[in-house]
Design a protein around this ligand. Sequence first.
Ligand code: CA
Length: 230
Amino acid sequence: MTRILIIEDETTIAQLERDYFELNGFTVDLCHRGDEGLQLALREEYSLIIVDLQLPGLDGFSLCSKIREAKEVPILIVSAKKEEFDKIRAFNLGADDYITKPFSPSELVARAKAHLTRYERLLGKQEKSPQDEIHIRGLVIDKASRRVYVRNQEVIFTTREFTLLEFLATHPNRVFSKDELFERIWGMDSSGDIATVTVHIRKVREKIEMDPSNPQYIETVWGAGYRFTV
Ligand code: CA
């Protein structure tokens, strides 16, 4: 049973959220104050926490950063605040998602499920593997011996290809531009060309992806760069 906490002072919204999550098989605790929500969040074990920003007792931003300091749990902000400034602040404090009111309850539940799946993968990976091995779906990166196994078969990587893959995989879900990757992997003193990043990404994809034209590990974020998706 997946147990979640909803911290929301508007009772109609809180009840609407609870109803939708319960319909989807979740166990829900409701709390209408920020300070009480924080106590519950720290004392109990929740799989996911939904936080409103404007709350009596303690505001949602403080709540978010205090929960994040203590717990590895997905935090979803649901707020009437629509400003980009507020969203960025929430993400910087450790929120996993930001949904503005009015919202679709079905979408909220769908997003919550997606975050739960992602956390399970991340935390499951940490429990099972030693520090020097990264296991992600069918991919194993052995950092100590610098070997890569794809669906149980060893695949030979060049030094640069390995460094690139290892770097991306140790920073999951973060977007790096070609410039950043070039600086970090090839170094400032390199006489190479930035196009080498594109070439190496393609080579790594050919080695690890089932279908390199539809990559499941190294995703292209258009206009921004690349991200290793976990
Ligand atoms: Ca509120």
